[in-house]
Design a protein. Structure first.
Length: 156
């Protein structure tokens, strides 16, 4: 997965996400929908990195094709001081096309900003996250998110 990938309709959508990020002042490459993220990963154009804790992945589920680099660890969600180094190792460099996924899209946006500040050039946040936003009753997974969209996942 290099920075120079042949132009495809998927990468045109990614370019739109980058343009929108620049116009709104996002501090990272951009945000993509769960469906676009899955299409990019399935096509071999991007690496999906789950930044949730190991506990979240074990209890809630994970995307089989993703790799794990926690943004925070443990039940107290203590910030992972090795995040950038681990991300670079799993991505194969700072120019790889990387899509970050968390529970709702908030932590992955923070992680995308940190990665960009550390020199990553193509880090995107997956909107809605794995479980999605809270509904009016305080439940996740019923209005949006990776699982709600019917995308591949498994639970251990």
């Amino acid at each position: 997965m290099t920075a120079e990938v042949e132009a495809t309709p998927l990468l045109a959508e990614l370019s739109k996400a980058r343009d929108q990020a620049q116009s709104t002042g996002l501090p990272f490459a951009g945000s993509v929908s769960p469906k676009l993220a899955w299409a990019l990963v399935s096509a071999g154009d991007a690496l999906l990195v789950d930044v949730r804790s190991a506990e979240e992945r074990a209890f809630v589920g994970a995307v089989p094709e993703g790799v794990h680099v926690p943004w925070a660890t443990g039940t107290s969600l203590t910030r992972n001081p090795r995040f950038v180094r681990e991300l670079e190792a799993k991505a194969g460099g700072k120019d790889a096309l990387v899509l970050l996924l968390c529970r709702s899209g908030n932590r992955s946006a923070q992680a995308a900003e940190a990665a960009t500040k550390a020199g990553f050039t193509q880090v995107f946040n997956v909107q809605e996250g794995f479980e999605g936003d809270l509904d009016h009753d305080g439940h996740r997974g019923v209005t949006n998110g990776w699982r709600f969209r019917g995308l591949p996942w498994r639970q251990s």
